[in-house]
Design a protein around this ligand. Sequence first.
Ligand SMILES: [Zn+2]
Ligand SMILES: [Zn+2]
Length: 450
Amino acid sequence: MKFAHEFKETLERECFPDHWLAAAIPYSQLKKCLKKVQRELESLGLDKETLQQLLAEQTVSPNGEPIPLVRYNLDHASSRSLRPCLSIFVHLRHGQVIDAALSPASRAFLQRLSGAHSRPSAIDSSACTTPLATPSPDVSSDDNDEDTEGELERIEVPLVFDGEFFNILQTDVDSLDALQQQEEKSMEAEIKSLGAEVSAVVGPPKRLAKSDLNRWREIFDLYVNAQVFFSSHELDHGSRSSVKAVQQLVWFQKQVQTRGLLQSFKVPSSAVAYSRFLQLNATLLQNLKFQEINKTAITKILKKFDKRTSLGASVTFRSAIRSRNFLAGSVAKKLCAQLSQEVVSTVPRAEDYDCPICFSIAWYPVRLRCSHLFCVRCVIKMQRENKKHCPLCRDEGVMNADLNNIDKSLEKFMKQYFRKETEEKQRANEIERGMEIFGDQYKHSSCVLM
Ligand SMILES: [Zn+2]
Ligand SMILES: [Zn+2]
């Protein structure tokens, strides 16, 4: 399928909002403009083959260094527009192109061009169009003249449609930038308000008040594992494509369904918060799709431009373009970080409170003077073995730790949020302690009962 068709079809199929569509890359307009660019260049004798040839050649600067014969730049004419500048550097003597390295065709073209430029303004010292004498048909008469190497002149090839093409593109990137900024803002606000809603339904379980803490914990565990928009795995690290994001999102929803998490919600507003959470993900996905297809449109049209002109605009445009949002990064990455910070982390995860020595929950939590956190068992063992240094920062604070180092507020928090984990750890500690005193035959009372 031709890309123009695919682009149009995608924009229609995805039901993007109208104001998004208004900001989409005007692909067909650019394609039409590209035809004019091509015609303009051809009218100057610069068809793509000639340009390709000229771009491959070099000339010599006044201080003897090799420089490219042709330079193609996209400069900023003003803060809003790009100005393409195609300059050719040639040595001229008596109006004749004398660069020996040039192919006969290139030399003939430059001769024509320098001739064409010399006529309208004989002595014009503007930076771009350098004055040149009317070319003489007799080139060979200068061949023996060795006292001069000729003047290096810069000829700027005037390009009207090339400028138009890049201004359409820059203008559109500007509106995509503005759109994205606006979308990010509204999603940020939605993430914030959702975060508040979720934290209201996941309060620590209390005797009378209902809480969906454990269900939300499971939901967010699944969501974190799904890595919908961004992968932290070594194999495919980085932003996901929209196709992959859809797959991950479907997997996540299926898991939530299979485990019957929604049916077991106890707080009615949990269901509302969950559907808002899904909606937010859907909006993020729409944004990703819209960005993706527009970025592809830019890549495709620039590739077409280069194929028809040989000017290498794919590279030049990307370095000249100003795009703070749209081309600068991925909307998903930034918003996902915010989503995990403001929504997912409203549900504390036990893993975040693991003891770095035994890798289970740091219960009872002992905070050394260096502020690193360990479970009480591991601290006692370190003290018995006379290990003075904190394993994380080598501070000599281990032997000084006593009951005062128990982090009381964290202890309370852990009891509230990780009841199951702390009780398990407590039992494991008691068993270990019992074995230390009574030997391997020791059986914990709760084990005996079981
Ligand atoms: Zn430990
Ligand atoms: Zn430490």
